[in-house]
Write a protein that binds this ligand. Structure first.
Ligand code: ADP
Ligand code: MG
Length: 609
């Protein structure tokens, strides 16, 4: 092939490959521009998950009539004059690439009026080409509307995820910037419905808008050691402690250990007002919770670092979400120390975890739709659960995601009739069968039992009828984050078929009216939250997989946990039911339910043969 110079338009499409990956990247770049322009109000309107339209309107200082066109040229920026400036970036943008890159792959309408002009300018561009320009009346500020993203680059369209996923990513950007700039009023709409709003107040107001009042009021102000509670103002909290380099300041909020999540998505980090992704610093936060959190659970943290701009290189990644620190270890230490000190001095004394034994053996009797009584902590605490929880959080395995056909695995064989010997470690049941000794994992086994019950009821009732569902005496309200609310909002119908009757009840709030019968003894709000957290993990699965994911979660939530002492009757009921399962050897996620030590093996181990 001959070597040719790329046309400008082609060149900007290549750049777009880096900066504009998906609708959320457009949202991010436009919000950053609005913040750089000193906006006090930023309205983000989305249609069709951003494919149809992303519009960001701000009341910042605007773009002068003579410059609007220039703003859409590649490498046109007002934020950088020399290479020297690159060493100490104080604005969110600096490459002058975003508007050009966005315009190259969409149809853009831009209206802007600068502070010192009386009329605005309206531009339209198609695939980066100017199609119209006129003088219009407009309020001060800038409105950029990006329609039909990737209309001229169909290959990129293919890489977009479902509308739900794209919406969720957009929600994530908007809420994250709202947290970083609490003084700015953000409003986000999806298809004309307001899904998030911040009032332009302090950080706690935004935390409340994002995480709900119940969570927000429990959060702890990050502060360094040696401060008294009277110092507990936000301003004081940003003061670095004397033993960390004076130039790195850490502030923000963290959740007390007993408020925890199943993934690390709730750890948000900022450097000088820029949301960054940094695995190492995320780990610094997690490390600060060492031994304070149940295994496989993660904290919520909103951590702001501020340091002289020379100490951080933002010119590393096209999307500017990854940065390089000049003193990476000092930053790690500052975060870890501040979070740890806050937790140790401020978090409430954790409740002694106590597992009460199950007192109602009828719960295990066959034909009963109910789950077990669980009065203790609903969090799994066994090592084993940790392992498989981490497996889950790295993405559901293929077999874990699909609803298995029980008949298919019948060849694995039925279990023999077993005699219960006892329980070890409050986690495993020991039984004896004609072929030797069996160790049964009580949680995995119960999950299997519940799963088969659920599936046979499901098949019997037919999917149209839905699952056996237990109404709650009074509805229970659940507050979710905006992105979680989007996920749940999209699955209400499916949830209903599985036995959850849930209605929208105000912004990001839902009213739970009934739950699947096997969950009636558990906290309904927690059960719903666990389902949503599972759905939130990783990419949005196919609809059919969402169904199985929810069913698997329901069974897992309802199953007896490791660490619970079982009575002999309960163990016997469990073993009888496992014997009756069509596929008793694994839990529905594919983990073994039992380990067999044959008589021959035993004899060999003892040197009898
Ligand atoms: P960058 O932000 O890296 O400078 P962009 O392509 O995002 O590059 O924007 C180009 C220029 O257009 C900016 O430097 C700024 O001067 C102007 N601009 C873009 N968006 C806005 C806005 N919302 N308000 C005011 N000026 C803006
Ligand atoms: Mg920009």
């Amino acid at each position: 092939m001959p070597i040719i110079v790329l046309t400008d338009q082609l060149a900007s499409q290549i750049a777009a490959g880096e900066v504009v990956e998906r609708p959320a990247s457009v949202v991010k770049e436009l919000i950053e521009n609005a913040i750089d322009a000193g906006a006090k109000t930023i309205n983000v309107d989305i249609r069709g998950g951003g494919r149809e339209l992303v519009q960001v309107a701000d009341n910042g200082y605007g773009i002068g009539g003579g410059e609007v066109e220039t703003a859409f040229l590649r490498h046109a920026t007002s934020k950088l004059e020399s290479a020297e400036d690159l060493k100490s970036i104080r604005t969110l943008g600096f490459r002058g690439e975003a508007l050009a890159a966005i315009a190259a792959v969409s149809r853009v309408t831009a209206v802007s009026r600068s502070v010192d002009e009386s009329a605005g300018t309206r531009l339209t561009l198609e695939g980066g080409k100017l199609t119209s320009k006129e003088i219009v009346g407009a309020p001060q500020g800038t409105v950029i509307a990006v329609a039909n993203l990737f209309y001229n680059v169909p290959a990129r369209l293919k890489f977009l995820k479902s509308v739900t996923t794209e919406k969720r990513l957009i929600d994530e950007y908007v809420t994250r910037y709202a947290l970083a700039y609490p003084g700015i009023r953000f409003r986000l709409t999806h298809d004309n419905r307001i899904t998030f709003q911040s009032i332009g107040g302090n950080l706690l107001d935004v935390l409340t808008a994002v995480y709900g009042p119940d969570t927000a009021k429990q959060l702890l102000v990050l502060r360094a050691q040696g401060r008294t509670s009277s110092d507990e103002t936000e301003e004081k909290a940003t003061t670095p402690s004397s033993d960390m380099p004076a130039t790195i300041e850490v502030s923000g909020y963290v959740a007390p250990p007993d408020l925890n999540w199943s993934n690390r998505n709730q750890i948000t980090l900022y450097v000088n007002g820029r949301w960054i992704k940094d695995n190492r610093l995320t780990y610094a936060v997690i490390q600060a919770y060492h031994t304070l959190l149940p295994v496989g659970r993660f904290p919520l943290a909103v951590v702001f670092m501020s340091m002289p701009p020379e100490m951080v290189d933002v010119n590393v990644h096209p999307a500017k979400t990854e940065v390089r620190f000049r003193q990476a270890n000092a930053v790690f230490g500052a975060i870890q120390r501040t979070v740890r000190q806050t937790l140790i001095s401020d978090s409430p004394i954790p409740h002694a975890t106590h597992f009460s034994s199950i007192t109602d053996p009828a719960l295990f009797a066959s034909g009963d739709q109910k789950g077990h009584v669980q009065t203790g902590d609903p969090i799994d605490t066994s090592e084993l659960d940790l392992k498989w929880n981490t497996e889950l959080s790295t993405g559901f395995g293929a077999e874990g995601d699909s609803i298995e056909s029980p008949q298919m695995t019948d060849s694995a064989g039925k279990l023999p009739i077993m005699r219960v010997v006892g329980q070890v470690g409050a986690s495993y049941i020991i039984t004896e069968g004609p072929e030797g000794l069996y160790l049964i994992d009580q949680h995995a086994a119960h999950e299997r039992v519940l799963y088969e019950k659920f599936m046979s009821a499901w098949e019997e009732n037919g999917t149209q009828e839905g699952m056996v569902s237990q109404g709650l005496v009074s509805g229970i309200a659940v507050q979710l984050s905006p992105s979680q609310a989007t996920i749940l909002g999209d699955q209400l119908e499916l949830m209903e078929r599985i036995g959850f009757q849930i209605e929208p009840f105000g912004p990001n709030t839902f009213m739970v009216r009934s739950v699947p019968a096997m969950l009636t003894k558990l906290d309904p709000a927690r059960s719903v939250q666990e389902v949503v957290e599972d759905l939130e993990r990783g990419d949005a699965p196919l609809q059919s997989r969402i169904e199985s994911r929810i069913i698997l979660r329901v069974c897992k939530s309802a199953a007896v946990k490791a660490g619970q002492t079982l009575s002999r009757q309960e163990m016997e009921a469990m073993v009888r039911q496992l014997e009756g399962c069509r596929n008793p050897h694994t839990c529905p996620h594919g983990r073994p339910t039992l380990i067999h030590l044959s008589a021959t093996q035993l004899a060999r181990e003892f040197g009898r043969k």
